[in-house]
Ligand binder design. Structure first.
Ligand code: SF4
Length: 304
């Protein structure tokens, strides 16, 4: 079923009014009405940290980084080891490496000044479509279509999108793009994020407090939490392999890998190590020097 035509102006007006009254106070935020007046370094830093991380968990890290390295030049000049240590606990360490690469590109190639358009932000190392749009909208008040998981959920419910994710993602982006205009684009982006985070929650949406309830097809259906629909997960492929345990006299064990490199690369058992072998693998061994074969099969490449 094609989505109904929304009253874009009415929905925008009500959500922005709600945001003016209910915006979350976050360490990296400008108050409603002041988007575009905030340091793009802080917006970028927060958006990188918030990927795969909750706001509550990311906040102390953000405050620590902002205090230790208050400008992008400061961060660019920081030793890698110090930044990685400060990142410890946030996970997904590739983000920290990308953070440094981007900071050094901004400091080295842009005079320490973040580019102010989505396209030029996207050209920075480690900056993807979402981050570029978020920084352009929030830091520079540019009309960018900022679509994170919260926004996808709001769109899926507002229009009762029956296509499951991830196939629905292009459609959800198109729906979100209908609402992007030149009027308060940074506030609009943050208003949608906040609605998704605090009212249109993944479980138990608070439709009674929602400024969009009158237009929401998901709410009208009586089961808004059904959206976004999720595609049935395919069964994980079963993998098979052979592990060899090699041992030497005296100083313990060495482990060797097998043929399926993608799997072995993530297996703790296949890295060179000392210590005793897994009982599952060490079924037989010689008294002195030898090798023990063990077979495994798993539905997960990280758990032999
Ligand atoms: S009415 Fe309910 S389901 Fe619809 S957008 Fe608001 S909170 Fe989400």
């Amino acid at each position: 079923m094609p989505p109904v035509s929304p009253d874009v102006a009415s929905i925008r007006s009500r959500l922005l009014a709600w945001y003016d009254a209910h915006a979350r106070a976050l360490a990296w935020r400008a108050p409603p009405g002041e988007a575009g007046g905030i340091d793009p370094y802080r917006v970028w830093l927060s958006e990188v940290m918030l990927q795969q991380t909750t706001t509550a968990h990311a906040t102390p890290y953000f405050l620590n980084f902002a205090a230790r390295w208050p400008t992008v030049r400061d961060l660019a000049a920081a030793p890698d080891a110090e930044v990685m240590a400060a990142w410890a606990g946030l996970g997904y360490y590739a983000r920290a490496r990308n953070l440094l690469a981007c900071a050094r590109a901004v400091a080295g190639d842009h005079g320490g000044v973040f580019p102010d358009t989505e396209a030029r932000l996207l050209a920075l190392p480690g900056v993807g479509a979402y981050t570029a749009a978020a920084v352009a909208a929030i830091a520079f008040d540019r009309p960018a279509n900022v679509v994170d998981g919260n926004v996808e959920r709001v769109m899926a419910r507002l229009f009762a999108v029956e296509t499951p994710v991830p196939a629905a993602r292009p459609e959800l982006r198109r729906l979100a793009a209908r609402f992007v205009t030149d009027h308060r684009p940074g506030d609009w982006a943050q208003a949608l994020m906040d609605l998704g985070a605090t009212v249109c929650r993944s479980r138990s949406p608070l439709c009674g407090q929602c400024p969009l309830a009158a237009d929401c097809a998901g709410f009208a259906s009586g089961a808004p939490e059904r959206f976004p629909l999720k595609a049935k997960k395919a069964d994980k492929p079963r993998r098979h392999g052979v592990a060899w345990v090699i041992w030497t006299r005296g100083d313990g064990w060495r482990w060797s890998g097998g043929r399926t490199r993608a799997c072995w690369a993530a297996c703790w058992a296949c890295r060179p190590a000392t210590g005793r072998p897994s009982p599952r693998l060490a079924r037989r061994r010689s008294p002195a020097i030898g090798a023990t074969p063990g077979r495994w099969s798993t539905s997960s490449p990280t758990s032999p």
